[in-house]
Write a protein that binds this ligand. Sequence first.
Ligand code: ATP
Ligand code: MG
Length: 654
Amino acid sequence: MDGDGATLANLLREERRFPPPSGLAAAANAGADAFAAADADGEAFWAAAAARLEWAEPWTQVLDWSRAPFARWFTGGRLNVAANCLDRHVRDGLGDRVAFHWEGEPGDTRTLTYADLKDEVCRAANALLSLGVRAGDRVALYMPMIPETVVAMLACARIGAPHTVVFGGFSADALRGRVLDCDARVVITADGGYRKGAASALKPAVDEALEACPDVRSVLVVRRTGQDVAWTEGRDVWWHDLVAAQPAEHEPEAFDSEHPLYIMYTSGTTARPKGILHTSGGYLTQVAWSHWAVFDVKPEQDVYWTAADIGWVTGHSYIVYGPLANGVTSVLYEGTPDTPHQGRWWEIVQKYGVTILYCAPTAIRTFMKWGEEIPARFDLSSLRLLGSVGEPINPEAWIWYRQAIGSDRCPVVDTWWQTETGAHMISPLPSVATLKPGSALRPLPGIHADVVDDTGKPVPNGSGGYLVLTRPWPSMLRTIWGDEQRYIDTYWSRFPGWYFAGDGAKKDEDGDIWLLGRVDDVMNVSGHRISTTEVESALVSHPRVAEAAVVGAADATTGQGIVAFVILRGGAGGDGSTGDALATELRAHVAKEIGPIARPRQILVVAELPKTRSGKIMRRLLRDVAENRELGDVTTLTDSSVMDAIRDGLPAAA
Ligand code: ATP
Ligand code: MG
């Protein structure tokens, strides 16, 4: 990402522009005024955002950065996060508003109003107390996408017990590692959940994980599928026995603004998972504000849907805490997008009248692969705003999303953020931004980002480098659980005083930011640094390609050679080879879009790509394949058979 001309050309050629719809601009929650306020006085801006919440005690200082990089926001303030998400809305007369339209994969449904959710959370809080959980104790959750998962998180928050949610798709090993790392004493799980049309067990993985976790004393088990489970007397308790028997009254205690709210282990796309610690006041302030401003939510009208797993930070911030803090009605869906048919999401949008949809580029590219005739069969006219998160969105996928899902009418907000940032950081505000497909545009009000070179010097417009955040923000991680040194080393040492995000980025001629993927994934071909994102976007811009993953593999002559794994539209191929003609055409296409230097050495058609549950491509595994090595850690992969299929289908390694 030295911003050499060859790699820049591709992005700068993206000239499609989409100004804000006039209706949205006229009635927006936040716009130019928010930028002006934040520029005038950043701390006052965040104080006003915090004042959207209910505090039991006011703060005395907005930001204490005296022990940088260990931040304290709203010091001295006290609040209860769960009461902010539930009790105050019920008290304000909104108890009958639907909090969640829950849709199980087999088609069963539940509707929970704010009043229902508050009662359930109080019962669950009382249940946890009866199990001896106290403020500060960690509770691990290993759950399907069911209402009890939200209830359990909020019950933990209500009693000040930090939760750590582990993806239901992770292995027993991954669960054990996380339980031990944060020393959780109670685990909440279910017998299983529904995925891809079948009951998929969860409890056996908990039993296996806990063989090596002697300090876990209780396992609270939700009955979801009714499948048989092994039972450890004295340790295991059914949710429906314990929780249902509790009173629906629980007086929320106000905790310090810096009281730990949760630990989220990063998905491990690149390295050993890190326990990212988020605290209460600053976190809730920024997730609530960003959810309100970026999605322009109107709680009286909108039906909001984050189609992501709760076990990912996106689920924490934009299924649970942000939407509930704002009193919004949401959809919660248990299953996969193709069960029982490939139109399931669109059927849900139609059924509930979803107005705002937030999902990952990987899902969008999958829908592209399946074909636009599938969403076209449903009434998607309720949609008014679309969001993207998780990876850089290729311009072609962005355009497809806007057209095939958004009827060429809905703005698409591309939101850049991380587990570590807790909330949106770089994203358009749809009321004022003229959108550019593939760009997250600018830092949000109150956020300060830049792109710097190797020496930490900001690059000029038109150049690329490393993304940094130059000032603390309310929902920033406070540390890595149990490892302050790793926190300092990972984020604050590369460019002292600034947060190093680990992502490459480019500023265009207007100063707008284009994310280029992880620094670790950048390829070096004959001395040129080329971003995976750009080559992938070039491939996806070819009409036959739905999705692409590109890696740099050791090459005797060029240092690294580009190896591309592609999925074709309509799902053709998958035998690891391409017709020579198509491979030649795709290589030429990339050369034309970016420059000859970016022409892939090898193109392999595959049926699937290895992804984490949050939908990120695990390029390091593809690199292992491309370099014919043993595979690295696959514990966070959604489906490890994908790697076998890729290997088996490949021609003898190059
Ligand atoms: P690990 O750090 O263990 O690999 P992870 O980074 O995959 O885990 P997340 O915190 O969910 O887990 O992902 C954050 C990363 O996702 C960002 O650093 C960035 O690379 C990518 N990302 C998220 N949103 C966007 C976006 N809108 N545009 C580009 N990249 C994005
Ligand atoms: Mg990361």
